[in-house]
Design a binder for this molecule. Structure first.
Ligand code: M6R
Length: 609
């Protein structure tokens, strides 16, 4: 059961994996292995799985922060007497001081991790040797006492051989949910771990500790006071968390994009008005906004770059788009009339969370765009708009990117509506155009076979460049990011106008260059300029792969390979032109023999800064 849960969470980290089972008679059975979960499974088969029979167990898949991804740094970590086992997500920032204190007390460490300090601290609190009051023989109290000493972000899960029917878990700024089954209870970072057993869950709040046994759970704060936690029912099932016949989750998720878009838009135009989800901001608040920031990382950041074009156009408000990791360190100008839109699929990206906290400290209002119900970023924001893309397991964001673009546009329309920069019928028209997009994306998906074979033909390329202008520019950045992370290939996205300011020096004979064309009708001037840009690179020997609107005959002579996408309004073009780039990256990566769901060195949720 623990391994099944880990399999569904492996997208969160796959440097190593481990399990610990309370196997009876005061025995803690532990096995850990570097590499993928399958290595651990092979190891368990080798040593005999019977040794791991029990009714309470914990497991972990790791994305290494402290210490190389080798067996001895894999979780669970234990105290010296092998009585306590701990798994941990996040970083314990004061671990060096804690470790020094423990070493001074004679404790020997078996790993290079920050996590191991917790195993020793819990064991010592439980044994009553560290002077903490009321912790001896009490595992929840020991956990609470230790948590009070920790700095940083963490989810911790602890077992003790003396308490074979109990598991204690705690969280600060890192996710933890409880699953309520019949005669069985679960804790995990994500409901996907226990979705085949129950869809009834409880989300823990900040600085809370939960004690579970087979019959239920009890939540307190770090001081031991009873605490309130939020029960919820998961609205997707096991099939959404499985591959459903696809070789990779990513391929399934690319195909799911029409539904992700439709589900994200559903219910947001009601009674002739745009309605957001949990909006703890009034129309007056939206009218008071005098500046918008979009903060996000990676693909979510690219969705923000696209949103800038729409929100500025619709609202006449200045929009700045900033990498969350840079935002708070450069002292941005924020006040109560600034709206910060924090875009995050997971809702737990540490950089974005810290940006949200910084913005709120400066009195700005924060609206989260998130795909994970009740995650930390929406919890700490003034308002939230959920993308309903369903679980995204592939590490590369695909369907959530399209859903983020749609949700960001809803935010723009809500602002335009409240501020009166668009008439109600104009808002309705924009929404209708958005609502027509799932069908257009479906059409693109019906034509990507050609892109697949093109991808296979590019498997040996050394590098690929991506060019675009206007909303095609962030699409080019996203195409390059997909290729880097999946195919480990050098890929760069550029604003095509920048080419002759430097990047054109990269062009050489046969270099594949992907160009995202604007519409010849909607953006005639830009279209003409991009044709000139293509001529410049063709003259220098580049192999051009052009993504262009159906029926755009003028582009043919400029395209060594032409990929056609449906004609749609300019601001919506990223929803169709991104799809071939996702497919292209996936195909090149597969042709190179890589696992597109779990690219090297990456993890789906980046919960450390
Ligand atoms: O969960 P988030 O949306 O906050 O994640 C942000 C980035 O880590 C993420 O978009 C990443 O760039 C993608 N996996 C790339 O495909």
């Amino acid at each position: 059961m623990v391994l099944d849960g880990l399999r569904r969470l492996e997208y969160r980290g796959y440097d190593s994996a481990g399990v610990a089972v309370l196997a009876g008679q005061g025995r803690l059975a532990v096995e850990r292995k570097a590499g993928r979960l399958s290595n651990l499974e092979d190891r368990l088969t080798e040593v005999g799985r019977d040794a791991f029979a029990g009714t309470a167990g914990i497991g972990h898949t790791r994305w290494a922060t402290h210490g190389a991804p080798v067996d001895r740094n894999s979780h669970p970590h234990r105290d010296a007497a092998n009585r306590v086992a701990v798994v941990h997500n996040g970083i314990i920032e004061n671990f060096a001081a804690l470790r020094a204190e423990l070493e001074a007390a004679g404790v020997e460490f078996a790993s290079d991790t920050d996590t191991e300090t917790v195993a020793h601290l819990v064991a010592r609190a439980y044994d009553g040797v560290d002077g903490a009051e009321g912790t001896a023989g009490d595992l929840p109290a020991s956990m609470r006492a230790v948590c009070r000493r920790l700095d940083g972000a963490f989810t911790l899960v602890v077992t003790h051989v003396d308490q074979p029917d109990v598991i204690v878990a705690a969280r600060r700024s890192s996710p933890l949910v409880v699953g309520i089954g019949e005669g069985e209870t679960f804790v995990a970072s994500d409901v996907a771990a226990f979705i085949e057993h129950t869809r009834d869950a409880v989300e823990l709040g900040q600085d809370q500790v939960v004690t579970i046994n087979r019959d239920g759970y009890h939540v307190t704060d770090f001081r031991g006071e009873d605490a309130v936690s939020r029960p919820f029912h998961v609205d997707w099932d096991l099939s959404a968390a499985e591959k459903g016949g696809y070789e990779y989750f990513m391929l399934k998720e690319i195909e799911e994009q029409p539904e992700a878009l439709a589900d994200t838009l559903r219910g947001h135009f009601n009674g002739g008005r745009i309605v957001l989800d949990e909006q703890r901001m009034s129309d007056q608040d939206l009218r008071d906004v005098d500046k918008v920031f979009v903060v996000a990382c990676g693909t979510a950041y690219h969705s923000g770059l696209i949103a800038k074009y729409a929100i500025e156009h619709w609202t006449r408000l200045p929009v700045e788009v900033e990498l969350a990791s840079e935002f708070r360190y450069r002292d941005p100008v924020l006040d109560r009339d600034t709206l910060v839109v924090a875009v995050s699929q997971s809702g737990e990206t540490a950089d974005t969370l810290e940006a949200v906290r910084h913005a709120r400290e400066q009195k700005a209002r924060v609206l989260a765009v998130c795909n994970t119900n009740g995650a930390q970023i929406p919890r700490e924001s003034d308002a939230v708009l959920y993308t309903h893309a369903g679980p995204e397991v592939g590490v590369a964001s695909t369907k959530t990117f399209l859903a983020q673009i749609a949700a960001n546009y809803l935010v723009g329309l809500a602002l335009a509506q409240a501020r009166g920069t668009k008439y109600p019928d104009e808002v309705a028209r924009e929404f209708d155009e958005l609502a027509a997009m799932p069908e257009q994306v479906r059409r693109v998906l019906g034509t990507v076979e050609k892109v697949r074979s093109l991808g296979r033909s590019l498997a040996d390329a050394k590098a690929v460049l991506f060019l675009g202008r206007h909303v095609g520019y962030p699409v080019a950045l996203e195409g390059a990011l997909k290729l880097k992370e999946l195919a480990y290939m050098h890929a760069e996205g550029f604003a095509a106008g920048e080419l002759k300011h430097g990047p054109i020096a990269l062009i050489e004979e046969g270099l594949p260059v992907v160009v995202v064309m604007p519409s010849p009708k909607g953006r005639a001037v830009l279209h003409a300029k991009l044709l000139s840009n293509i001529s410049e690179i063709q003259a220098r020997g580049a192999r051009t792969i052009v993504i262009a609107e159906e029926g755009d005959e003028t582009v043919r002579p400029f395209a060594d390979e032409l990929v056609e996408v449906p004609a749609v309004p300019t601001l919506l073009q990223p929803l169709v032109s991104t799809v071939p780039l996702q497919v292209l990256a996936a195909e090149i990566a597969r042709a190179r023999g890589y696992d597109v769901d779990k690219p090297r060195n990456l993890a789906k949720s980046v919960t450390v800064e």
